[in-house]
Design a protein around this ligand. Structure first.
Ligand SMILES: Nc1nc2c(ncn2[C@@H]2O[C@H](COP(=O)(O)OP(=O)(O)OP(=O)(O)O)[C@@H](O)[C@H]2O)c(=O)[nH]1
Ligand SMILES: [Mg+2]
Length: 215
């Protein structure tokens, strides 16, 4: 895997409960391979390094050599708890990095130019760059200034609704639009995420179409 030193560290968010799937989404097989290892392969060439945020660390033994860390705030506080942990991990392990990029573990078709395009969109240091497609923002696919960590921790501990979108929208941000994938069966959203066993079946149908497109 080719890491890119001029890119930010990347953290795969796998800290949720996977309650709709019924088993850890990181370990669920798509085309015979765990979702987590698919995302690692897709992200590794785009980032300085790839790490995983998970609260069930023992079950990640299929990702050898990848650093895994749990949430820094207790109580499954939602995706932004994963983003905070990503910022804290980056600050401790990559002190030269200004930003950290996050991608959830359940989106196997995430664009191969995600990080490059988010990075190019930044025009000032304290900005968040966030992905969108078909007019919809995808708030956990984002490049986060690590300097927001203390503020995010305060927000997590005090905001009643903890809506990711409202945290992002209260900051300077750059929204980056990504095209749909023009596959034989129609348009596929690259940010399609797998929440349920039915979504997994859909992704199994799309996988060969997308592999054909990318060949
Ligand atoms: N670190 C951390 N990540 C979370 C938490 N809740 C959700 N996430 C992550 O945020 C992303 C989007 O969340 P969901 O798609 O709802 O995943 P989930 O919460 O595991 O699944 P459900 O239990 O079915 O809602 C996934 O990558 C999750 O792993 C949390 O409490 N802590
Ligand atoms: Mg959830």
């Amino acid at each position: 895997m080719n890491a890119s030193p001029d890119r930010p560290p990347a953290v795969i968010l796998a800290g949720g409960r996977s309650s709709r799937m019924g088993s850890d989404k990181a370990a669920v097989l798509l085309g015979g391979r765990p979702l987590l290892s698919r995302i690692i392969d897709r992200l590794a060439p785009q980032a300085a390094t790839v790490c995983v945020n998970s609260n069930i660390i023992a079950r990640l033994d299929f990702a050898p050599g990848i650093a895994v860390f749990a949430d820094t705030v207790a109580g499954h506080a939602g995706p932004m708890a994963g983003v905070l942990s990503a910022m804290r991990h980056a600050a401790a392990c990559f002190p030269a990095a200004s930003h950290v990029v996050t991608v959830p573990t359940d989106t196997p078709f995430v664009p191969r130019d995600l990080v490059e395009r988010l990075q190019r969109a930044l025009t000032e240091p304290a900005q968040i760059a966030v992905a969108c497609s078909a007019g919809i923002m995808h708030p956990v696919f984002a490049l986060w200034p690590i300097s927001l960590a203390d503020e995010l921790e305060h927000w997590l501990l005090t905001d009643e609704k903890r809506r990711v979108r409202s945290f992002i929208e209260s900051h300077r941000m750059a929204v980056v639009d990504f095209p749909l994938i023009d596959a034989a069966a129609g348009s596929i959203d690259p940010f399609f995420n797998i929440n349920t066993p039915a979504d997994l079946e859909t992704a199994e149908r799309w996988l060969p179409l997308i592999e054909d497109m990318e060949r």
